[in-house]
Design a protein around this ligand. Structure first.
Ligand SMILES: [Fe+2]
Ligand SMILES: [Fe+2]
Length: 436
């Protein structure tokens, strides 16, 4: 699908035209298009961003979008382009449907792996006048778009962007490259934000960065960075960036909503969260950080995840986390132990690296340094370590970078694209792992 600019997404697309010609799937009595919905919130558009697909899995998908007034919502999803076979999923996980004035999110479940689905969002303004007087408005429907679920028999490919730091101009360039590469999924490897303190800005930067609807048809996997934990609204992030579907993990790991272990073709994609970059006791955190036990719990989860049959059977295992796990300049950035900048995550290395070694993980992709680097396997370390480049700068030494991973001819290829110079920074090949 072509990159959809916000305006064209709201106004119409080929699919929407097709759907309109074939008639709506549901009784759309009183339903408005998104464009018509403008003004529903006192002059503000009711729908403020295109939908952003996230937390993809073989049998589930998340959809979130921005709203400009108190509203609830739903997603219609089906296998037919006209949605005549669609099911409707509502925002909200329990007895009450969601009611939010910034963003809505819906979990689509019971999907079939490696399958194309069509969907549209519906946004319903709510005039909440009192406990017994709640007045729903007319639903505002988005255009119809499509997505493909993940799965072990799906095409094996991914792209990685990182450290976008709310730079929408740079993001538009990254999105353009992703659109050209057409990966099955994009890993957004942390530091999406600088800090979180203004909800309207968060909605635009996280759900519609680059103003290009980059995740309308291609889902992203979010891996948190240290900056994504900063600011007074950091705890509100799940309103915009959904936590993983609870059914994906055992009850012992219910807290780990950011970790993922999913198959995309021959690749098992593993998401780990390095958390803040400095120790919990540092004064900057005001006694509000407790990442040490969180990292330890992730190690137990990782040990179990790597034993799961579908992960164990994957010829390639690629793990993603934001902060590098290798110290490339020992002593230069002692912030992980003392004062100053922390360039790598020593505790995560100690906890997770033995598991990478044991299970033959071939590649760990990190970020945080804003400069591409590749650490080939070395003595005592069987896994390669790639550090993504910048996602927000256009300087020669901080090249804007998109990493591309794909299985070609039975081998995994990693290609580092430098968008600043239009060159390739490096190309690396990995053989399938021996069975573990
Ligand atoms: Fe960063
Ligand atoms: Fe970072």
């Amino acid at each position: 699908m072509q990159l959809i600019h916000r305006r064209s997404f709201l106004k119409g697309s080929v699919l929407a035209t097709l759907a309109a010609a074939q008639g709506p799937a549901f009784s759309a009595e009183g339903a408005k298009t998104a464009e018509e919905g403008k003004g529903a919130a006192g002059g503000q558009p009711l729908v403020t961003t295109p939908p952003a697909l996230q937390i993809p899995a073989p049998t589930s998908m998340g959809v979130a979008w921005g709203v400009g007034a108190r509203a609830t919502g739903f997603v219609d999803v089906g296998r037919k382009a006209d949605l005549s076979d669609a099911r409707r999923f509502f925002a909200g996980d329990a007895g009450l449907k969601a009611l939010d004035d910034a963003a809505l999110s819906v979990r689509l479940t019971d999907l079939t792996p490696d399958s194309v689905y069509y969907y549209r969002t519906g946004t319903v303004p709510i005039d909440f006048q009192g406990a017994y007087k709640i007045l729903p408005g007319e639903p505002v429907l988005s255009d119809i778009a499509s997505f493909r679920t993940l799965g072990p028999s799906a095409p094996a490919s991914f792209a990685v962007i990182n450290d976008t730091h709310e730079n929408n101009k740079a993001f538009a360039l990254l999105a353009e490259k992703i659109e050209a590469l057409k990966p099955a999924v994009t890993v957004w490897n942390g530091d999406l934000c600088n800090w979180l303190d203004q909800m309207p800005k968060m909605v635009q930067n996280l759900l519609n960065p680059g103003l290009c609807g980059f995740a309308v048809s291609r889902p992203f996997l979010f891996v948190p960075g240290n900056h994504d934990y900063r600011g007074v609204l950091a705890r509100e992030l799940p309103r915009l960036l959904m936590t993983r579907e609870p059914a994906e993990r055992d009850s012992a790991y219910w807290k780990l909503g950011r970790n993922f272990a999913v198959r995309q073709g021959d690749i098992a994609l593993i998401g780990l969260d390095t958390g803040e970059d400095k120790p919990d006791g540092r004064s900057e955190w005001g006694q509000l950080a407790q990442f040490a036990p969180y990292r330890e719990l992730q190690a137990r989860w990782l040990a179990d995840a790597l034993e799961k049959p579908e992960i164990k059977a994957a010829p390639f295992v690629v793990a993603f986390c934001h902060i590098p796990l290798i110290d490339d300049a020992p002593g230069a950035n002692p912030g992980d132990l003392e004062e100053g900048y922390a360039s790598w995550q020593r505790p995560c290395n100690k906890l997770w690296a033995p598991l990478f070694e044991k299970h033959g993980v071939q590649l760990v992709v990190t970020a945080h340094r804003h400069k591409f680097r590749f650490d080939a396997p070395a003595a005592g370390r069987s896994w390669a370590h790639a550090v993504g480049g910048s996602g927000c700068e256009l300087k020669p030494d901080r090249a804007l970078t998109v990493l591309e991973g794909k299985v070609v001819g039975g081998q995994l290829k990693l290609i580092a694209h430098d968008l600043t110079s239009g060159t390739v920074l490096g190309e690396y090949t990995f053989k399938p792992r021996a069975s573990t």
